[in-house]
Design a protein around this ligand. Structure first.
Ligand code: BTN
Length: 244
């Protein structure tokens, strides 16, 4: 992972470049990094604030796996980021389904996974990762000041972006090889050990409506299972989760 790095000072979005590189045959593990993004993309069609001092990167993968397994790679990436944060800081990161990494309850990282397929086969999976590293509170727009944080705010000192990227690539490679050999099971166990939402009462805002209930687990495909007050179990594929 990261043998080929495409580094840019400023880009609209690392996702766009990673897709282009993937289309023109870039090797698995190619990494696109930018110091700043002017049109950073978040989940659910949101924008992602990407000023200088954060890590904005997209990893090109070409897994030979069935298409329904691609979302599992998001959970795998979340585990690798948690391990990299643990390696390089004294912080205790936790994962909120599906892919937010929280420190002291505030969001420090987001992951956006996009897949390109040809017929029924995966052509490429692009894992986009945004990590707030050295921003101060004043660097965040007002609307996310209450809910976002950076590693340096939480640690109380600047953090090396290079150390985090190197550690992430090391952990990602180990987990990815394990995943290709043994499937999602060992990754799911690790993910669950870092998860904060499981077993809690949650509010899930999906594109089609809002659901309340208990997060009782995730499926083998990484889908969240929510049990409502009537005991009905709902499969949540994509949503914003609030823990009550
Ligand atoms: C989220 O909404 O939580 C996901 C945010 C993902 C942001 C990263 S930053 C690097 C890559 N490039 C983008 O435009 N988005 C992703």
């Amino acid at each position: 992972m990261g043998k080929h790095i495409s580094y840019h000072e400023s880009l609209p979005s690392t996702q766009k470049i990673a897709h282009k590189l993937a289309d023109s045959g870039a090797e698995e593990g190619t990494l696109v990094i930018a110091d700043e993004q002017t049109e950073g993309k978040g989940r659910l069609l949101r924008t992602w604030h990407s000023a200088k001092t954060g890590i904005w990167m997209s990893l090109v993968l070409r897994p030979k796996i069935p298409m329904h397994q691609a979302p599992q790679l998001t959970l795998l990436a979340a585990v690798a980021i948690v391990q990299a944060i643990e390696d390089t800081t004294s912080l205790l990161p936790a994962i909120k389904w599906p892919n937010d990494i929280l420190i002291n309850g505030k969001k420090v990282t987001g992951i956006l996974t996009e897949m390109q397929a040809e017929a029924d086969r995966i052509h490429s999976v692009i894992i986009g990762i945004g990590i707030n590293v050295n921003q101060g509170l004043e660097d965040f727009p007002d609307e996310i000041k209450e809910t976002a944080t950076s590693l340096s705010i939480e640690e109380g000192q600047p953090i090396s972006r290079t150390s985090i990227i190197q550690s992430f690539l090391k952990h990602f490679e180990i987990l990815y090889n394990l995943f290709l050999k043994e499937g999602f099971k060992p990754i799911k166990l690790l993910w669950e050990s870092y998860a904060v939402s499981l077993g809690k009462e949650i509010k899930a805002s999906t594109l089609t409506g809002v659901l309340y209930g208990k997060a009782i687990g995730i499926t083998e495909d990484g889908v969240l299972l929510l049990k409502d007050d009537e005991g009905e179990i709902h499969n949540i594929y994509s949503a914003d989760i609030e823990i009550s």
